[in-house]
Every structure is written in C-alpha cells, then in structure tokens.
Design a protein around this ligand. Structure first.
Ligand code: GAL
Length: 417
C-alpha cells in the first residue's frame, strides 16, 4: 500500500484544484461503501443534512462490505488525478493516506468547534496527524456482537451463549433439528470478523493485544492460537452450504427471517434490523460474541478529506462540520447501528443494544480492553491485515489443520512486516 500511495501523491496534490473546478462550488463528492439497506438509509441522513445547507451530495458508492472494493476505486480515482472531496476510510487507512501527505486539513474548523474536547483519544489518534485534523469520525462500531433470532431461541429453549463451549452446544442442538445455527458470508473480511471474536473469546483480551496488536510471535504460534483455529473449524460446520461469497446483509436477512439462528457481525447489522422494522434487543437479541464480554473491539468510519481548491473548501468544511455536529451524530447513528463518536451526545433515544454499547465502551476504556478491530482496519496496516485475512480464509475454506494454519499465520505475518 505504501509504495502505491507514494506514486499517487504527486498527481493527487497537483490535480486537486483542477478537479475542484469540475464541480459546482457547493458540491461534495463522497466515496463510500454504504450500499446495504441500513447503510444507504444512514447515507440519506447525511445527504439531507447537507441539502438543508445548500450543499449537494454527489454520491460515489462502491458496493462491497468492509470496503475493499471501495479502496481499489479510491486508488484509481487518486491515480487518475481526480480525488473525491472525501472518502470513507477506516482508521489504519487514514494513517496510511496521511503518511503519504495525501490528505487535506480541517484544523481551522476543528479549533473553532472544539472537536478536541469531545472525541476520545483512541479515535483522535487516527484523525489527527502532526497536530492536523485530516478526517472526521462518523461513529463507533463494535464488531464483536452476536445477533440472535429471539423466536428461534425461545422455541428451542435456548439461552444466549456466554463462551465458545456454550455456543458449540447450542449450535449442535440447532443443527440436529435442521436449523442453520450461524448465518455467514464467506468473504475474507467476514471470516476475520469471526476470527477476531474467537481470538478474544478463547485467548482473552491480553492475548488479542499480544497476538494481533503487537504481533508477538510467541503468541501467534502458541497453543492458544491452535485452539482458536480449532474453534474456527467448528464454526465452519455451523454455516449453511451456500455461505461462500454471500454479502453480510443477506446473512443478516437470514437471521431476521428465522432462516438461521445467529450471526457474528458488527452492529451495522442493527441498521438492517431497524430497516426491517424489528426491535433490536427484543426481536433480535444482541450479546457480546461468546467470551468477549468486557472487551470492546472497535472500528470507526472516518470521512477523510482530500486537498481541494479554494472554491471547494467551504463545502468541504460544511461536510466536516455537519458530520461533527451532535444532532447529526445522533440522527445518523440511530439509523446506522453504531454509537456517536462524540462523547457528549445523550443516549436516551438509542435502543437497548446501542445503550449497552455505550456502557460497555466506557467500562472497556477504564479496563484497557477497548481495542482496534483487525477485520475492520483498526489494528494493523493493510499489508499485515491482508496477510492474516488470507490465512484465516484459506483455513476456513479447506481442511487445513490448526497446526498448519498457525505455521502459515506466522510465516505470512513475518513476510508482510
Ligand atoms: C465496516 C464499516 C461499517 C459497515 C461494514 C459493512 O468496515 O465500518 O460502516 O459498513 O463495514 O460494510
């Protein structure tokens, strides 16, 4: 990623003012990957908010959960010398684009509006580089949730699992009755969303910190990691035969309809629940992924700003200012499934799952167990993240042994370092 970005740097900066001329002064073009029902509804909130200020939203959606396709499209746009006004980026990607000197600067508006005081440090660290605000955080997502169809559980006399052993017992019971235990989409980022849960759930938060955040080789090749892959193999047995390549929102749909009992997915799944007029916490239960209670894995969607000409700066500032306003953070996150990135937005309008997220986040911050998600771009740079994706997915889709998977993990991580 680094070297590609280096090549792009010159053309992006030179062309920023030219591209600005191509659009009306009060237009913002925003590249993002929010194309599912719930996600698109959330984009609508932002679009309406800007329209009220006479800023036109020029949409550049690139379908594909987790944003991989969007990142390829963004690179192509920047290479061709035509960056958008802003792009949805996950935290590590903000760092990487910033390091290459490719992002704009929102500091004047950040200072005027006092963003420093209301954004938690863990998130500010990704948005601010060399003292400059270069991206605005839209939300805080929690990827380590388990979503449960309440009716299916009730009919089968089941209680939400608290650890992976309980999960396996429940899944075995459901499977024996011909019910798909786990809705899953076989895409690398979805496989790794589950892997993150299993690493925390089996090894504990300290193990996640060592193995994933610090890439400590002893932890990566430990017996605990073998157990993690053993559990991944078990999970492979609980998904339906058509899981391969399925989009995450279709997997969520299976749980909503009762075609599957559970899904391990971030709280963007809640956007789909709300969109389907079901009640999170009532129709669809939310509990931390097995064994991860007390840990808050997080990812934040940022809108990173590209340098624009003078003619477009005011519209860019308006976009940033809108995203950061408490009223927008509330309205948007009610629809998106996440919680606000500002600490001063009241939680009273939010559902039970979001309120639990808010409380759990506070507790995890205190306990040092709020940690960046690997699957969702807040733990490792793209090259290492990709290396781990490859091993997790290869293991999930073959009969590779846990021992071989651990060896492959160590090799791939070392090669990508
Ligand atoms: C995440 C992103 C979320 C959601 C999800 C599925 O990486 O942070 O906002 O869009 O992917 O697309």
């Amino acid at each position: 990623m680094r070297s590609t970005l280096k090549l792009l740097a010159a053309s992006a900066i030179l062309s920023a003012s030219v591209s600005g001329l191509a659009l009306a002064a009060e237009t913002v073009e925003v590249l993002h990957w929010w194309t599912s029902g719930g996600e698109a509804a959330a984009v609508g909130v932002l679009k309406d908010d800007l329209q009220k200020q006479n800023v036109t939203w020029q949409d550049m959606p690139v379908a594909g959960g987790g944003g991989e396709a969007a990142m390829t499209a963004l690179k192509a746009r920047v290479t061709s010398g035509n960056p958008p006004t802003a792009a949805q980026l996950l935290g590590m990607a903000v760092n990487e684009w910033s390091e290459e000197g490719l992002l704009g600067d929102l500091t004047p508006i950040a200072e005027k509006e006092g963003w420093d005081k209301v954004v938690p440090d863990a998130i500010k660290n990704f948005a601010v580089h060399d003292g400059k605000w270069q991206a605005v955080p839209v939300n805080i997502h929690r990827p380590n949730w388990l979503w449960i169809n309440a009716k299916v559980f009730k009919e089968n006399g089941l209680e939400p699992p608290k650890n992976w052993d309980e999960f396996n017992q429940i899944a075995d019971k459901l499977k024996a009755k011909g019910i798909v235990p786990l809705a899953h989409g076989g895409q690398p980022w979805q496989d790794t969303t589950i892997f993150d849960d299993v690493v925390v759930g089996i090894g504990g938060p300290e193990f996640y910190k060592k193995a994933i955040l610090e890439l400590d080789e002893e932890s990566l090749r430990s017996d605990t990691m073998i157990k993690v892959f053993d559990q991944m193999r078990k999970i492979r047995g609980y998904v339906d035969p058509n899981f391969s390549g399925r989009d995450w929102n279709l997997a969520t749909g299976m749980v909503l309809k009762g075609d599957a009992a559970m899904q391990l997915m971030g709280d963007w799944a809640k956007g789909e629940i709300v969109k389907a007029n079901l009640k999170p916490g009532v129709d669809i239960l939310c509990v931390p992924a097995p064994g991860t209670e007390g840990t808050f894995l997080f990812n934040t969607d940022f809108f990173a700003m590209f340098p624009v000409g003078e003619d477009k700066l005011q519209a860019q500032y308006k976009l940033a200012s809108s995203v950061m306003s408490p009223s927008f953070q509330e309205a948007f996150n009610l629809v998106k499934g996440s919680i606000p990135a500002r600490t001063d937005v009241p939680g009273d309008k939010f559902d039970a799952c979001a309120q639990r997220s808010m409380a759990d986040l506070k507790a995890a911050q205190g306990a040092g167990t709020m940690m960046g998600s690997l699957a969702h771009g807040h733990a490792e740079p793209a090259a290492i993240q990709r290396a781990i994706f490859d091993v997790v997915t290869q293991h999930f889709n073959s009969d590779m042994s846990s021992k071989d998977a651990v060896a492959a993990l160590v090799n791939s991580v070392n090669a990508a370092k």
